[in-house]
Structures are given as C-alpha cells and as structure tokens.
Design a protein around this ligand. Structure first.
Ligand code: ZN
Length: 213
C-alpha cells in the first residue's frame, strides 16, 4: 500500500532519534519522500525473488540457454535495483562518499572505510587457497578430502601467512575465507572492502522502519 506523506507526517517522522542535530531539513524531507515513493523496491532490495518477478512476458519466455540459469535476472531489471542503491548511497554518503561503479579495477584501490588495500586481500586469499590445496594434495585428492582435513591444513597455512600480511588485511579477508571446493573473487563493492560493505554499509540500505512510524 502506497502511503502519501503529508508535510506534518514527515515532520513527525523526522523528529525521531535517528536524525542528528544540525540536519538539513529540506534534504531529509527529500530523502524520506524518495523512500516513500520506492517503498516496495526498498523493502525487497535483498529479495532477489522480487526482482525476478519483474520479468516481462518476453523475458519469461526466453528459450533455454546453456549460459542462462533458471534464476537468471535480466540486466534491465538489475539496473533498476542498482540505480536505487546508488541513489540511496548518494543520500547517505554524499556524491564523493562511495564509488558509483560497482567494482573498481585499479591495483592501488583501498577501502573507503577502513583503508585496506583490496589487492593485498586478494593476494592473501589466493595464497591461502593455493598453499592449502597443495598441502592437502600431498596426501590425497582434494575431492576425497573432508572439510575437517581441509580446515586443519588451512589453519596451518594461515599461521604461516600471518607474518606476510598486515593484521588489517588478514582480518578483513576472513569474510571470504576459501572453502574446500569453492572460493569468492575478491573485489571492492562500491568502493568498500566486502567486510566493511557487509558490516557497515549494507545495513544502512533498504527500507528503514524508523520512517514508517
Ligand atoms: Zn574496509
């Protein structure tokens, strides 16, 4: 249900404890009005089933393809979601407070929150995966290894690598710790390392109950 926010309702919402002193009232009015206008999208920001449901007739009837899974969501729809995120990030962090492109590719990119060098997090995870795998495969095939055996070998390699990377690089990389048969690619997300994105940026995005009442 779409709720129309009158100026008095908006004012009541804005008097909540979440608003810092010295705010720009016109700015918050604008932000909350924008949120109210995008309530459904914001409430479903992380619900990919919602975005998948926006497929049109032609997109639903695409013939099966080897490089398209059933959970495929067309770029047209992902772009709508991405634009909403970018607008919200702009309201929350300002134009220069994040990176508009989802990923940057320059080698010297650092997290805009904690300052970690993204490239070194990737190097740490690569070394961890390659050396763990090599250690495990001295004894047996990686496919025949148990998760417990893999983790024991990984712990040994982590100890070895602990002197070659900074504590911050190691701490922030833990979010993408490789598993026996899978790993994540390390990249920044809108200017932040994945750990800072998950812990401090993502929780600010989407619909916030503090504005609904
Ligand atoms: Zn960070």
């Amino acid at each position: 249900m779409a709720e129309v926010f009158t100026p008095s309702v908006l004012r009541k919402i804005m008097l909540g404890p979440v608003i810092p002193l010295g705010i720009n009232w016109a700015y918050y009015n604008d932000y909350y009005q924008w949120m109210a206008n995008h309530e459904t999208e914001l409430k479903n920001l992380e619900n990919m089933a919602y975005w998948r449901s926006l497929k049109n007739e032609a997109e639903r009837n695409l013939p099966p393809s080897a490089n398209r899974s059933p959970s495929f969501i067309p770029y047209r729809i992902l772009k709508i979601r991405e634009d909403i995120m970018i607008t919200q990030l702009t309201y929350l962090l300002g134009e220069g407070g994040f990176n508009k492109a989802k990923n940057r590719y320059n080698d010297d990119r650092t997290c805009m929150k904690c300052g970690v060098l993204i490239k070194n997090m990737g190097r740490y995870l690569n070394a961890l995966e390659n050396e763990t795998r090599a250690l495990v495969e001295v004894k047996k095939d990686i496919f025949k290894t148990t998760d417990e055996e893999y983790r024991a070998a990984q712990a040994k390699i982590m100890k070895k690598l602990s002197t070659q990377y900074t504590p911050l690089e190691i701490e922030k990389a833990q979010i993408y710790l490789p598993e026996r048969l899978s790993r994540h690619m390390m990249n920044d997300i809108h200017g932040f390392c994945p750990a800072c994105w998950e812990d401090t940026i993502k929780p600010k995005l989407g619909w916030k109950d503090s504005i609904s009442k």
